[in-house]
Design a protein around this ligand. Structure first.
Ligand code: ADP
Length: 408
């Protein structure tokens, strides 16, 4: 059993049993909340910037407006009970105003959400709380980046080859590797200092793999952890997830789940929290970043767990009892569909369905562009190597029209 902070269904609350949910942002994460919202009978309204956006295509209730337009976000808040998010880019002052004026419950609230919005604030707070992070520095100039590089070089020892390198990140607005650069001199990010007052510098962690730990937390504090998964990135974009992470001892799994639960509690998160982690050769884990919403590394749970992450997010923000997070099969895999050479994904999906009846396909209704996340596939079963091979075969078929016999 995963660690569980409290018995199920703690004291009843005065919240409505079927609160109206407003989701800011019309991307695929909002889209994938639609099915569970319908199943649970929760009226859900999406604030999308365009009627063609992924979630706006499927939602019965759509408002058109930007996430940083105060009037648009407040108008959504005024007609729902709970406001939640497809992404973390809503300016905190808008959310603080909504909370102050009692327009809607904001979940996660702005005081928690800032730690997913601003990587410098996140590093500062996690370090103060004693949670394991890579070594990091705040840089307000290229000279500060050089000073951090000199420290990294000194720690590596005299004469250590090659020249020291560091990872520099824009504190806000980054996603899928945009806003992350590996540098060997402060001058490498001179352009970023023209737009940002400060940057986050981190040691280049020699990680062996990346893990992700997801937990759900209700407003009253009830929490539940999902199995820890292994996520693999290509060019800063997640493309494959294996659940649970292979070769992770039960003790390590529990230790990592407890870390994620503690972070959720320390920061007062409501809804789903994803803690992205580096596992190092020394067997340590270091927190990379936080996401306070359903996350790409949790898509496997839609079919692979008793309660998928989108349903769990809705239950948590609606203050409903959480669902079991146990896996339905010994292993589950998720492979992202990143835009390739084929534009007609439906044709590829049809072929993939015919070839593998166990395959689950999710298409996001987005126009195909190279490398863009346009969907994902999942499989659950007994043999992880077989599941991964089949999922990648389906992926190539759907996005590039490559048949097994061609790729063999
Ligand atoms: P984003 O917000 O774009 O997802 P991340 O901070 O997660 O950015 O970084 C993207 C990827 O870059 C990570 O998944 C990891 O592969 C790599 N990366 C980020 N920080 C470091 C670091 N300190 N050391 C080594 N690799 C890193």
């Amino acid at each position: 059993m995963p660690p569980n902070s409290a018995p199920h269904d703690p004291a009843p609350t005065s919240a409505p049993a079927a609160p109206r949910i407003g989701v800011v942002g019309g991307g695929q994460l909002a889209r994938m909340m639609l099915g569970p919202a319908i199943e649970l009978g929760l009226p859900l309204t999406v604030l999308a910037t365009d009627p063609a956006e992924s979630a706006a295509q499927g939602a019965a209730r759509v408002r058109i407006g930007r996430h940083d337009d105060e009037e648009a976000v407040r108008a959504l808040a005024a007609e729902v009970d709970v406001l939640t998010f497809d992404h973390e880019h809503v300016p905190p002052r808008i959310l603080e105003g909504i909370e102050r004026d009692g327009l809607a419950a904001v979940r996660p609230g702005p005081s928690a959400l800032v730690h997913a919005q601003d990587k410098l604030l996140m590093r500062e707070r996690l370090s103060a709380l004693g949670h394991p992070c890579p070594h990091w520095w705040r840089a307000v100039s290229a000279a500060d980046v050089d000073a951090a590089l000199a420290e990294i070089g000194a720690a590596a020892g005299e004469g250590a080859a090659p020249a020291p390198r560091a990872v520099v990140k824009t504190p806000r607005g980054g996603y899928d590797g945009h806003g992350v650069r590996i540098v060997s001199a402060g001058g490498d990010v001179a352009d970023w200092f023209e737009e940002h007052d400060e940057l986050l510098v981190e040691e280049l962690v020699p990680f062996t793999r990346e893990l992700s730990a997801q937990v759900a937390r209700r407003p009253g504090g009830e929490m539940l952890a999902f199995p820890v998964v292994r996520s693999t990135q290509k060019d800063g974009v997640c493309f494959e997830v294996l659940a649970p992470a292979p070769d992770l001892s039960a003790a390590d799994q529990e230790r990592i789940q407890h870390l994620a639960l503690r972070i959720a509690e320390d920061l007062g998160v409501t809804g789903m929290l994803a803690v992205e982690l580096f596992e190092t050769t020394a067997g340590e884990v270091l927190v990379n970043e936080l996401a306070m919403r359903p996350h790409n590394t949790g898509h496997w749970s839609m079919e692979g767990a008793v309660t998928g992450q989108f349903e769990q997010h809705l239950r948590a923000v609606a203050d409903l009892p959480l669902g079991a997070s146990a896996p339905r099969a010994p292993h589950a895999v998720m492979v992202n569909l990143l835009g390739g050479s084929r534009e007609d994904l439906a044709a590829g999906a049809r072929e993939a369905m015919a070839r593998d009846p166990e395959l689950k396909i999710h298409l996001y209704g987005k126009t195909v562009r190279p490398g863009r996340k346009v969907g994902h596939v999942t499989l659950a079963g007994e043999d992880p190597a077989d599941l991964l091979a089949r999922a990648h075969r389906a992926e190539r078929l759907i996005i590039d029209a490559v048949h097994e016999e061609q790729s063999a």
